[in-house]
Ligand binder design. Structure first.
Ligand code: NAP
Length: 265
C-alpha cells in the first residue's frame, strides 16, 4: 500500500484528536475530518489542516475510514456511511467487528492508552491492538498502526475484551482508588498530593520489577493489627471499607497469610 494510504477521520473527540495528530506526524494522508458539531469539526480540521465535513455530506474517497466515536455510536455511524471498498475501522477495545456492518472490510485499531484532551501525545511506543474481518482489512489496519507505533499486535474480539477488562482493572480501578484516597485526605484538611510521589513510584516499579515484587503494605506483610486500624479509619465509608477488606484478604491469601475476616462487616 506504500505511501499512498488515505485516511478519513470520523469523530472529533479525544482519540480522534490524538490519532489524527499521530497520523499527520507519520506522514499519512488525511483527507478530512467528519463530525456532528460543525464548530468542533472545523476546529480539529483546522488544526490538522484538512477539510472539515459534517455527517450526511459527500465523503472524499479514502482507503481507510477511521471511526473514533463513542462505543454506542459506532454502529449507527458505520451504518450511515455508504458502502465502498474502503476498510472501515473503529478504535474501541470493547466492541466487535459486527458493529461496522454492512461494510465489507472491517477493522479495529485500538490504542491501549488512556487519552485525554491536551497536547497531542507521542503514540510511537503506545500499544496498538489491531483486528480485521478479511485479510485485506487485517493488513491495511496493521499498516496504519505500524506507521504510528512500533508496538503493534493483533487480537481477536474475545482476547481484546479480556485485555480491555484487565486494563480497566489495572488502570481505571487504581485511579478511582487514588481519587478516593485523596478525598479522605482532603476531607481531613491534609494535602491530597502527598500521595502522588508514591503512586508514581508504584507505577514505575510495576513496569520494572513487576507488581508482585513492587507490592508492599500491611496485607503483603500479614500485619493484621494495622489492617484492623485501617478498617476502623474507613468506618464512615462502608463501600470503601468493604473494598479495602476484600482486596486485603486477596493479598493476604496470595502471600500465604491467614485472611483478616469476612469483607462485608
Ligand atoms: N479515551 C480513551 O482513553 C480511549 C482509548 C482507547 C480507545 N478509546 C475508544 O475510542 C472511541 C472514542 O473515544 P473518545 O475517548 O475519543 O470519546 P470522546 O472524546 O467522548 O468523543 C466521542 C466522539 O463521538 C462522537 N459521537 C458520540 N455520539 C455520536 C453519535 N450518535 N453520532 C456521531 N458522533 C457521535 C462525539 O461527537 P460530539 O463531539 O459531537 O459529541 C465525539 O466526537 C471509543 O470507541 C473508545 O472506546 C478511547
Amino acid at each position: 500500500m506504500g505511501t499512498s494510504l488515505n485516511v478519513l477521520l470520523i469523530g472529533t473527540g479525544r482519540v480522534a484528536f490524538h490519532l489524527g495528530h499521530a497520523l499527520k506526524v507519520a506522514g499519512v494522508s488525511l483527507v478530512g475530518v467528519v463530525g456532528r458539531s460543525p464548530e468542533r469539526t472545523s476546529s480539529m480540521a483546522n488544526e490538522l489542516n484538512v477539510p472539515s465535513l459534517v455527517f450526511g455530506s459527500d465523503l472524499p474517497k479514502a482507503d481507510v475510514l477511521l471511526i473514533a466515536v463513542s462505543d454506542d455510536a459506532i454502529a449507527p455511524v458505520a451504518a450511515s456511511i455508504p458502502v465502498s471498498d474502503a476498510v472501515v475501522v473503529h478504535t474501541s477495545g470493547a466492541s466487535d467487528l459486527d458493529r461496522l456492518a454492512p461494510h465489507v472490510h472491517r477493522g479495529v485499531l485500538w490504542p491501549l492508552m488512556t487519552m485525554s484532551p491536551g497536547l497531542p501525545m507521542d503514540l510511537t511506543a503506545v500499544p496498538m491492538v489491531t483486528d480485521g474481518n478479511t485479510q485485506h482489512a487485517k493488513s491495511v489496519v496493521r499498516n496504519v498502526a505500524q506507521r504510528i507505533s512500533s508496538h503493534v499486535s493483533s487480537l481477536d474480539h474475545a482476547d481484546r475484551e479480556l485485555v480491555h477488562t484487565a486494563a480497566a482493572l489495572s488502570t481505571n480501578l487504581s485511579l478511582f482508588l487514588l481519587g478516593e484516597a485523596q478525598r479522605l485526605l482532603r476531607e481531613a484538611g491534609i494535602d491530597p498530593d502527598l500521595l502522588i510521589p508514591a503512586f508514581r513510584m508504584m507505577a514505575t516499579k510495576a513496569g520494572t520489577v513487576g507488581p508482585e515484587e513492587a507490592l508492599t503494605g500491611p496485607a503483603r506483610r500479614g500485619d493484621h493489627g494495622t489492617i484492623e486500624r485501617h478498617l476502623d479509619r474507613l468506618a464512615r465509608d462502608p463501600d470503601l471499607r468493604r473494598a479495602y477488606a476484600l482486596l486485603s484478604n486477596m493479598i493476604l491469601r496470595t502471600y500465604g497469610h491467614t485472611e483478616h475476616g469476612p469483607a462485608d462487616v
